[in-house]
Structures are given as C-alpha cells and as structure tokens.
Ligand binder design. Structure first.
Ligand code: SAM
Ligand code: SF4
Length: 554
C-alpha cells in the first residue's frame, strides 16, 4: 500500500525489450538500444519476484514487453506463475503476430486473459503504422482467442489523429458479432515517439462520434480500480472501452506496479524513478529485504502523474522499454495524411495529420523516401504509385501560427510583416434576468453605475491584452471604443468593442478582451443581485487589415 492508501494488487512484468514490430508511436524504426542479455531477468528471477509480489497481495500479473510472445520460454513462465497460490489472473498483452501458434499452449499453461493490440482494420495502414507485415496474423489471433473461449478478448487500439480516428465506428462494428472489448486508448507521450497533443484524440471526441451513430449506446458499470470507461451497443456481442490516461487520468485508483525486462521496479508509468530489483536479487538480498525495498519504493509513489504537457517534456523510457500496457491513460486544420505503402498511397479524407508520414518505399520497413508526385495521390483513398514518391504533407502545425512543430505554444515573429491599418470589432451579451436588468437600467445597483464602469473596464482590458493572453504582442492601440446598450426583450446588456491600430499584427484579441472584461464587470457588479447571469455570444464581429484579409460575420 502506498502513502495514499492505494492497494497495489496488479503487477506488469516485461518479458523482453525486443519486438517483431516497430509501431511508430512506440519505438523508433531502428529499434531501441537493447540491454545485454546477462542484465535481463531470467525466467527464474521473474518467478522469484512474482512469488514475492503475490505473497504481498498481488493477484493479477500481466506479461508484456516489447513483444512477450517472442520470448522462447513464455509458455514455461506462464506455467510457473500458474502454480502461485493467490494469483487469480495471468494476462498477456501482445501484438498478436505469434498468437495463433502459441495460444493453445499458453491456455493450457494457465493464461486466462488476453489483450491484443490492433490500431487499424485496413491492412495497408497496419503495415504503415507497425512498419512490418502481419495484419492477417493478428486478425487470425483475435479469432483464435475467441474460439478458445477468452471472453472478452480485449483489443487495444491507440487512436491517433490523422491516422485512424476515422476508423472508430468500424472498430465499434467489430464488436457486433464477436465477444470483444475494443479499448480505444488515448495516444501517450514517451521518449522518441514524437508525441504532440494534436495527435491525441480525446475520449470525449470519440464518444461524441460514436453516439452520433449509436445514440442508444449504453454505459456499463465499472470496477473502482478500472482504468476503462466501458460502453455497449445494445444487442452487440462485444463492448467498447476508453482508456483516458491523458484527458482524464485515473491516478487516484492506480493499483499497478511494473517490472521492466532489466528488473527495475517502476511505481508509475509516467514517473522516472526506478529501483533495480535485479541488482538486489543478484547481490543476495533476503526476501524480507526485498519486500522492504519494494515497500519503500511504493511508499514514495506520487499522488498522480505530472500532467500531459509535463509528461511530454519529461525524460522517461520509450514505451517499449517500460513494457506496460497503458490501461491507465486530442483536432485541428486540414491537411493530408499521405502514406505510401508497397506502391500505394493511403489517403485520408479528413487529414489533420501531424503524423510523420514520410512515404515508405515499396517494401515496408525500408528507409523512407521523399515523395514528389502529390498530384498522383490526390483524390481517392488508394492510389497506385507511379512516379515513385509524394510530397510531404504539411504538418497541421504549419497551418496554426501559434504552435511549433511539436504542437507547443509559440509567439509569432511579426518582425518581417509590413505595417498596415488594422481594426477589429467584437461583441458579447450578458443575460441578467428581469430584476438585475431593471436595477441596471434604473442605475440602482449598489456598487455603482454598471454600464459606465464596465465601459472603462473594457477599454482597460483592451490595453492590457498582451499581459493577459500569453502569446499576444504588445501593440500601440490608436483607438478603443466600448459601448453597452440595453436589450429589453432579453433583459440583457449588449456589448460592442472596437480597436484600431497601425502595425504588424491585428487587434482582434484586443477587441475580444475588451468585450470579455466589460461582460465580466457587468457580472461582478450584479452578482449581489443574482447569480443567474449568463455571458454569451462572445465573438469577433469583423476585422480588417493584415495578410489574411478581412473578416465579417453576417
Ligand atoms: N508488444 C505488445 C503489444 O503491442 O501489445 C505489448 C507491449 S506494448 C508497449 C503495450 C501496449 O502499449 C500496446 O497496446 C500498445 O498499443 C500500447 N502503446 C504503446 N505506445 C503507446 C503510446 N504512445 N500511447 C498509447 N499506447 C501505447
Ligand atoms: Fe512492439 Fe508492442 Fe511497441 Fe508495437 S506497441 S512496437 S508491437 S512493443
């Protein structure tokens, strides 16, 4: 138990750092620097440690990796774990490539739960994302698992914008006739996987999409320590779940510990503190000493992880070297995801990809080539590649001026832009309700003249914009005007603000800030009368000047 009262009964053990796939989001193309074999845990050491954890209350062990099913002694390890009294669940997370061949023996040895990773139902996209062949083997493995009675067979699908977010509904359909639990996993940052928040599709976004197609979607009850939010389309055999590690973390109920293939205990997937159980084991630590070391590490476990932006900057092992399954844990402009695979271009219709979509040459796994024939690829979903290559498609960040290549906030350098006259008009509406509206109209509010104070607040707000909005420039405002009028029919104050400058960047943020501050001031001055006040319709009404042209709301 840690210092927050969380009982840790779930241990994940990585059996290997090696993998027969090279998933883009998990591992670099060239693989990872492997730990020498002598420094990896032997089967005997794995069992010794497992025994200790089970004795201390662990009742579920998941074998993972790397790819656990490429370890030659995996069946024997499962068999030995099966002998541990008190261990209720022995699970494996696998990419499914070797599953059909091994599953009967694994089942016989005692394996009673299985998660299979599959991010796409399109074979060519599979080869693109895992940089290897094998789609049909994985599908075969999924069917084999259902035939052998695994119920449910969990299918892990990491959802990435610009790659597979358009397949969410197809994955839901996949649960119609099979006892599957398709688990949509939010894309997580790990060392080297070029994570960027724009690539992450949040669970709420996925759920919205699914509910539009299946309004009758039912929420299923969940266990306290469960990391999954589960749903079911009535009458479908299977179900779907969301693993919201990023948008809604579940640190509060975390019951997981991890042992890496080189024997380090990690108490948090996103933490970088590790304790080498291997070294203690090899230097002859007694069972009691080991339990003390493990207890101390668990005792140091933090309340929660550092948040997604911090995690994305933090030093951590690449996912493949943690060997965890992310059971614990985002949309932008248009562009085109263009991937060339074995002579084909895969085209996405809503291509907001910020994916590293360098084209792959005819055989998957070879070095990427830069493509030049964009035209040859446009239009439909699959195109025969004739000229050999396609132009790299712009990153979504290319279209967004305030984000850098990594999707992080950045201030635009306007030094090179020409000066021009720029203006912007913004507005907002404050619904006050009858009583407060009457008092404002009669100028009877105790705090003073609401309309006059809010007008000054709006003007001050415009001038302070660069101090309030992090990426805004400080610009000379030549004129700010804020007007407030009364709308009898709606019992509302209608705010209009306008700003003017002669400079290198626009004033829409200044106009919007003015309208916001005026609206908030109306709220502040009337809140003693009622809290039933709604600020709405905060919007840019028009803008002139600048390279992007004028805007006017009709
Ligand atoms: N090789 C096995 C497999 O792919 O199932 C087991 C190890 S793999 C690291 C465990 C799980 O982590 C897989 O389901 C994989 O999809 C998921 N995963 C890897 N990198 C991820 C990331 N950046 N974000 C979310 N899930 C990730
Ligand atoms: Fe290998 Fe699994 Fe990582 Fe893919 S997610 S590279 S299959 S370890």
């Amino acid at each position: 138990m840690d210092s927050f009262g969380r009982q840790h009964n779930y241990l994940r053990i990585s059996l290997t750092e090696k993998c027969n796939l090279r998933c883009q989001y998990c591992m670099p193309e060239e693989g990872v620097q492997l730990t020498p074999k002598s420094e990896l845990l032997t089967a005997q050491e794995i069992i010794t440690l497992a025994k200790l954890f089970v004795k201390e209350g662990v009742d579920k062990i998941r074998l993972t990796g790397g790819e656990p099913l490429i370890r030659p002694d995996v069946v024997e390890i499962v068999g030995e774990l099966h002998k541990l009294e008190g261990l209720k669940t022995i699970a494996v997370t696998t990419n499914g490539i070797n599953l059909t061949r091994l599953l009967p023996r694994l089942k016989e040895a005692g394996l009673n739960a299985i998660n299979i990773s599959l991010d796409t139902l399109v074979p060519a996209k599979f080869e693109f994302i895992v940089r290897r062949k094998g789609f049909h083997k994985v599908m075969e493995g999924i069917h084999k698992a259902t035939e052998l009675g695994y119920h449910p067979v969990k299918v892990n699908c990491v959802v990435m914008r610009g790659f597979n977010e358009d397949e969410v509904l197809d994955f839901v359909d996949f649960t119609k006739d099979l006892p599957l639990d398709v688990r949509f996993i939010e894309y997580m940052p790990f060392d080297g996987n070029k994570w960027n928040f724009k690539k992450m599709v949040s669970y709420k976004e996925m759920l919205d999409t699914i509910k539009q197609r299946w309004p009758e979607l039912e929420k299923l009850p969940c266990e306290t320590s469960s990391t999954a939010k589960s749903y079911k389309v009535p009458h479908f055999q299977g179900q779907i779940s969301f693993i919201t590690s990023m948008s809604e973390h579940f640190c509060g109920s975390c019951n997981r510990l991890r042992i890496t293939a080189d024997g380090n205990l990690k108490v948090c997937l996103f933490g970088n503190s590790e304790v080498s159980l291997r070294d203690h084991l090899r230097s002859g630590a007694s069972e009691e000493e080991l339990i003390q070391i493990i207890g101390a590490a668990v005792g140091r476990k933090k309340k929660q992880h550092a948040g997604m932006f911090n995690i994305s900057r933090m030093k951590n092992r690449p996912m493949v070297l943690i060997g965890s399954h992310p059971e614990k844990q985002w949309h932008i402009a248009t562009g085109i995801l263009q991937t060339q695979l074995r002579g084909y271009c895969v085209f996405q219709k809503d291509p907001s990809s910020t994916f590293d979509t360098k084209c792959l040459d005819a055989s998957v796994g070879q070095a990427p080539v830069d493509c030049q024939s964009k035209e040859a690829c446009s239009g439909s979903e699959f195109h025969t590649r004739e000229s050999g290559s396609c132009t790299r498609v712009p990153h979504a960040s290319d279209n967004l001026t305030h984000t850098d290549e990594e999707g992080r906030a950045t201030m635009v350098d306007v030094g090179g832009k020409p000066d021009s006259r720029r203006s912007a008009v913004a507005g907002a509406v404050v619904l006050l309700g009858e009583k407060a509206f009457g008092m404002v109209k009669q100028n009877q509010v105790k705090k003073g003249d609401v309309l006059a104070v809010a007008q000054i607040a709006g003007i001050q707000g415009a001038k302070l914009t660069s101090q309030l909005i992090p990426l805004c420039h400080t610009i000379p405002l030549y004129h700010v005007e804020v007007s407030l009028s009364l709308d009898e029919a709606r019992h509302a104050v209608v705010i209009r603000s306008s700003c003017h400058t002669w400079g290198r960047t626009g004033v829409e943020m200044e106009a919007l800030t003015a309208a916001s501050l005026a609206a908030l001031t109306v709220y502040d001055m009337c809140k003693a009368v009622t809290h039933d006040i709604i600020i709405q319709e905060l919007k840019l009404i028009s803008k002139t000047g600048g390279q992007r042209g004028d805007f006017s709301r009709v």
